[in-house]
Design a binder for this molecule. Structure first.
Ligand SMILES: Cc1cc2nc3c(=O)[nH]c(=O)nc-3n(C[C@H](O)[C@H](O)[C@H](O)COP(=O)(O)OP(=O)(O)OC[C@H]3O[C@@H](n4cnc5c(N)ncnc54)[C@H](O)[C@@H]3O)c2cc1C
Length: 325
């Protein structure tokens, strides 16, 4: 069973992990509780995603499915706006992507299936029953499943909590985000520049995602609030900055939002999900290849996650003092 890897959740983190694990030679099974891939908010991808998607072998397909490639983020207030371009290489600007989450997940799913990952949608409740040596026996609905590695990619559901009771460290006050989609109106948002409108208690985000649709989100402290401008609310989510107190223990990893999450204004949720998936698979592979000890895996992964989390916090929190505890 040593090369069996089981992934809980088929969001971007779980799908990216499935591809990386198949490429690393693992026998991969993914259990997803929904009956298929599901829609999620968050169409704006940071340009840093390009080399990762290239490594996963899906970059060309993702780039072709993107509706727009934007240049950076515009910050607007009452007096005007400031554009922060992502960067450039020898004068050629880096561009982010606008892509529907379902389209991105479909491309990742097809690649993972092509590489031999097995998917079980509408999976029944999953529990860790017992450890047998270094292997784990899971119950999935009424069936049993033996595996060596388990990656919790269940997002905010924190599936693993039932097993290890581990919680999160919150770095901010409780933040809520309310999001939805509107028809393109006369508002000034431009295709090349998704906008953030900060205030003293949160922000509003608008991005052009197709020729007739903009995505919007509104972040507030405490309870979610709907902006009267955006009547069609489609969902709310917790956007509190949270870091898992136990992102890895022996052969159990948390990846993506299950490991660490920040409010969407960082614009890197998908990037974090994919990178943490690739990092977990990389460490598991080295355990087999070069006898990397479990304690080394725990030390490296925990340090890497918390380093990223706190460095983003240091960068963002001075510009948003209202979110500090
Ligand atoms: C309003 C909003 C806007 C955002 N905008 C952006 C953006 O523009 N760009 C960006 O990069 N990021 C954005 N993000 C963040 C980004 O969406 C998340 O960071 C990302 O979806 C995390 O991916 P994940 O795979 O870890 O978790 P998820 O996408 O939440 O996937 C988890 C999966 O696990 C499944 N699951 C849950 N529990 C179980 C269980 N018990 N058993 C089996 N399966 C289970 C779920 O059904 C789901 O398919 C935004 C977030 C919000 C809320």
């Amino acid at each position: 069973m040593t090369n069996r890897m089981t992934i809980i959740g088929a969001g971007v983190a779980g799908l990216a992990a499935a591809i990386a694990a198949c490429r690393a030679g693992f026998d991969v099974r993914v259990f997803e509780r929904s009956s298929g891939l599901t829609h999620q908010p968050g169409e704006t991808l940071h340009p840093g995603i390009e080399p990762l998607l290239e490594m996963l072998g899906v970059w060309q397909r993702v780039a072709q499915s993107a509706s727009y490639r934007h240049l950076g983020i515009r910050t607007r207030n009452e007096t005007g706006y400031v554009d922060r371009q992502y960067g450039d290489t020898d004068g050629t600007p880096w561009r982010g992507l606008q892509i529907q989450r379902l389209a991105l997940k479909q491309i990742l799913l097809e690649e993972a299936q092509k590489l031999g990952a097995h998917f079980c949608f509408a999976a029944g409740p999953i529990r860790i029953l017992q450890a047998e040596g270094d292997d784990l026996i899971l119950s999935v609905g009424h069936a049993h499943h033996c595996t060596h590695w388990v990656l919790d990619a269940s997002g905010q559901s924190n599936w693993l909590r039932k097993h290890d009771r581990s919680t999160y460290e919150s770095a901010t006050k409780k933040l809520s985000v309310c999001y939805g989609y509107s028809a393109v109106d006369d508002s000034e948002v431009e295709k090349d520049w998704p906008e953030i409108h900060p205030s003293s208690t949160g922000w509003i985000w608008k991005a052009f995602i197709s020729k007739d649709q903009i995505a919007w989100a509104r972040l507030t402290i405490g309870k979610p609030e709907i902006d009267p401008l955006f009547k069609h609310r489609t969902g709310v989510a917790d956007a509190t900055w949270k870091l898992s107190k136990r992102p890895v223990s022996k052969n159990l990893f948390r990846i993506g939002d299950a490991a660490f999450r920040m409010d969407p204004s960082t614009g890197k949720g998908v990037l974090r999900a994919i990178m943490s998936a690739m990092m977990a698979v990389h460490l598991a592979r080295h355990h087999h290849m070069s006898d990397l000890a479990y304690c080394e895996i725990e030390r490296t992964y925990t340090k890497w996650l918390s380093g990223w989390f706190w460095s983003d916090f240091k960068e963002i929190s001075p510009t948003a003092p209202w979110m500090r505890l």
